[in-house]
Design a protein. Structure first.
Length: 299
């Protein structure tokens, strides 16, 4: 008669052998849910930045894929923005040059550079509010540095901005505007890159906590658009020009616009721009370090 008993199970290793095998494999990663004490939140936030920038290629790829998915099925893709920007600059340049009694060869390069820089800054603020909420599925699916999502949005906005640079180049070639080849251009570009990353981080954390941040930031940016010298030149103000430095957008735009248009920037503008950048990074990093552990629950 055939043996119908259950198949033999493999022998269970003894407890000492099991312990030695676990020790050889190393400790398993465990999610530590204990509250952060002291400066632990700052240390963890700094490690998040380190791990996020280590995945720079992934952040760049995700930002590029966002551009492709946004304009999928379109004939010209993001170049529609380039065409609309060129039409806007051309029409507004002729109109406001006449209203302000400024020569077109002076005002049109100023307006084209200012509008495109402002569009870049405005897009950074508006898209930054949805930095973490738009990636909620990815945040809930797998553990990755939160700073990687900030890098993704920063890369996406930078690639969108590059499509409008051709308008500036064309206007500068037509009117023979040459940048000033000195330290101000690379320094301004570095300061712009770091500031836009900090703005994306700050608005991303606030947008994850408060869902009414997009209309609030839109209203603030609309007011700043008319206060900041974007449509009008700073030289039109004679009395009280020093109060223009109270506008945080003015020094940020001027340190880029001036050198590229062949103008030197006053040291006071550079000083205020650096001070604003330091304050922005302190606020952004402090808020991110304090709220980083709660972002996954807010989104």
């Amino acid at each position: 008669m055939a043996d119908v008993s259950s198949p033999r199970r493999p022998p269970v290793p003894d407890e000492p052998e099991l312990r030695s095998e676990i020790a050889a494999q190393g400790p398993e990663p465990v999610l530590d849910l204990r509250p952060e004490k002291g400066f632990a939140h700052i240390r963890h936030a700094a490690r998040d930045f380190r791990d996020g920038f280590a995945l720079f290629r992934l952040g760049w790829t995700l930002g590029w894929l966002d551009i492709k998915l946004r304009y999928r099925g379109s004939m010209l893709g993001p170049f529609w923005m380039t065409i609309s920007t060129a039409i806007l600059v051309g029409s507004m340049g002729v109109l406001y040059a006449t209203l302000f009694h400024i020569e077109l060869r002076i005002y049109l390069p100023f307006l084209s550079f200012s509008l495109i820089l402002w569009a870049y800054l405005n897009t950074t603020v508006s898209d930054g509010c949805a930095t973490f909420t738009s990636s909620s599925g990815l945040i809930h699916a797998m553990r990755m540095p939160f700073s990687l999502h900030v890098l993704r949005v920063t890369v996406r906005n930078f690639l969108t901005f590059l499509h409008s640079v051709g308008v500036i180049a064309l206007v500068f070639i037509i009117f023979r505007i040459a940048p000033v080849p000195d330290w101000q251009i690379p320094a301004g570009l570095v300061l712009w890159g770091t500031d836009l990353y900090a703005i994306t981080l700050l608005t991303g954390v606030l947008g994850a906590r408060f869902r009414d941040m997009p209309p609030v930031t839109a209203s603030i940016m609309q007011i700043l658009f008319f206060v900041t010298p974007v449509l009008w030149k700073p030289d039109l103000i004679y009395a009280g020009r020093q109060y223009m430095l109270l506008d945080p957008c003015y020094p940020l735009i001027e340190i880029i616009r001036g050198p590229f248009m062949g103008l030197s920037v006053r040291p006071s503008i550079w000083l205020v721009a650096v001070l604003y950048s330091i304050a922005l990074w302190i606020v952004s990093f402090s808020l991110f370090a304090r709220m980083r552990a709660r972002l996954a629950y807010w989104v």
